[in-house]
Design a protein around this ligand. Structure first.
Ligand code: GDP
Ligand code: IMO
Ligand code: MG
Length: 428
């Protein structure tokens, strides 16, 4: 039995979807554990590109069973659309996608409140994906959330909605000066989603327990990245769930003692979409090269991702919080043309050298990266499938990065495609 968590160790978009798809043939189950429609996980198979927001990235392999766990916040409208788009492409998930009845759902007022709060933050806005993630998790914590099992029962759904609407409509109308939400419209729409999703909602706790008892292999698919973790990320510029491996366990309903591996997916440089501190951000031609060669546009919102050099200070703190057992290094090929590369090994703050990630945001905002320079390889690595074929300078970059991170690499990804990867140290 292997229970393998796949987590992003930066600010998301490290290539988690691709790594999950790559490893899926070796497991029986793939579970999405937290986050919601804010995620955008890209998988490229031949000429076909798929972007998953809520559906686990294992579904492209026939016969693999997938779960959307209790820790995910489900936007039924967008999930139904995702299912329909997949069906139109010949992939029917009936009988192999299961949704936890305990998962909370995003309602129309959550999206409106997300937008309203962002607008009021002005210059301090978070730059959320606008998917209602914060308000949905807020209601869950406040014990006024609505769960998938409520959606399946029209009378229960109406009761919960009507209990919540006075407060939320008061906020929308009187504080944000927006149109209130009409209960009839919502009840009708959600009854339609319930019809589509009913067969998918099953007791996933029992499925997971039986799978583990039988010794089957499971992948826990993380969304976002550790630096966006609600507790340990760059608060308040974070998402509203625990993106670390412990959050994955809790979202999937699997005890931490069951985890056998934690794979930290790490991009060979750094990106961030949305606001918040980013010490190694490059606002120069190198940043532009990373953005263009890496095609760094948000998979959910299409926003341009901010780009910078690899930051080992923040990534090391993520490795610790996740208990990473090996790394999956992605997008090394994006660095192929650069004559020299920089790795941030520490920060300088008012004359002091910081080797650990500061929790004080004002320190992080002022911190300057201390770099180690390495030669580039200026040769193509895109599409390589054997480690021996990497140029020496690329091997040195990998060696140095892993030495600073005090971790080993299990997978090196060399392109978008499923086949573009070097399995350096097999996990299974
Ligand atoms: P996720 O959210 O962590 O799953 O990552 P995204 O899908 O948002 O962003 C990663 C992007 O990089 C996607 O467009 C992937 O197709 C692409 N990608 C993944 N691995 C590699 C790689 O090794 N090289 C290149 N060039 N692109 C990659
Ligand atoms: P994947 O799974 C990158 C960022 C948003 C914003 C902050 C809060 O594809 O890696 P939210 O909508 O969650 O309240 O936004 O988090 N963010 C992501 N950035 N990748 C993601 O997911 C993200 N999900 C949220 O840009 O800064
Ligand atoms: Mg993404």
């Amino acid at each position: 039995m292997a229970v393998v968590a796949i987590v992003g160790v930066q600010w998301g978009d490290e290539g988690k979807g691709k790594i999950v798809d790559l490893l899926t043939p070796q497991v029986q189950w793939v579970i999405r554990c937290q986050g919601g429609a804010n995620a955008g996980h890209t998988i490229v198979v031949g000429d076909e590109k798929y972007v998953f927001h809520q559906i686990p990235s294992g579904v492209l392999h026939p016969g693999i069973r997938c779960i959307i766990g209790a820790g995910v916040v489900i936007d039924p409208e967008s999930l139904v659309a995702e299912l329909q788009q997949l069906k139109a492409r010949g992939i029917d998930l009936r009988g192999r996608l299961f949704i936890s009845p305990k998962a909370h759902v995003t309602l129309p007022y959550h999206r409106l409140l997300d937008a309203g709060r962002e607008a009021r933050r002005g210059g301090r806005k978070i730059g959320t994906t606008g998917r209602g993630i914060g308000p949905t998790y807020t209601d869950k914590a406040a014990r006024s959330g609505v769960r998938m099992q409520d959606v399946l029962s029209p009378s229960q759904f109406r009761e919960r909605l009507e209990a919540n609407l006075p407060e939320n409509n008061f906020l929308l109308r009187d504080f944000f000066h927006q149109a209130p939400v009409d209960p009839e419209t919502v009840c009708e729409a959600y009854a339609g989603y319930a019809d589509t999703l009913r067969d998918f909602v099953q007791d996933t706790d029992v499925m997971v327990r039986e799978a583990i008892r039988k010794g089957e292999h499971l992948l826990l698919e993380g969304a976002q990245g550790s630096l966006l973790d609600l507790d340990h990320g760059t608060y308040p510029y974070v998402t509203s769930s625990n993106t670390n491996s412990s959050g994955l366990c809790s979202g999937a309903g699997i005890a931490p003692t069951r985890l056998t591996h934690v794979i930290g997916v790490v991009k060979a440089y750094a990106t961030r979409v949305g606001m918040g501190p980013f010490p190694t951000e490059l606002q120069n031609s190198n940043g532009k090269i990373l953005q263009e060669r890496g095609q760094e546009f948000g998979a959910t919102t299409g926003r341009v991702r901010r780009c910078g050099w690899f930051d080992a200070v923040s990534a090391r703190s993520s490795l610790w919080h996740n208990g990473v057992t090996s790394l999956a290094l992605t997008k090394l090929d994006v660095l192929d043309t650069l004559p020299s590369l920089s790795l941030c090994t520490a920060y300088r703050y008012r004359g002091e050298v910081l080797k650990d990630m500061p929790s004080d945001l004002t320190v992080l905002q002022e911190a300057e990266p201390i770099y180690e320079e390495l030669p580039g390889w200026q040769a193509p690595t895109a599409g390589l499938t054997a480690y021996k074929d990497f140029p020496d300078a690329a091997k040195r970059y990998i060696d140095r990065l892993t030495a600073i991170m005090e971790s080993e690499v299990s997978i090196i990804s060399t392109g978008h495609g499923r086949e573009h990867a070097v399995v350096h140290n097999p996990i299974f």
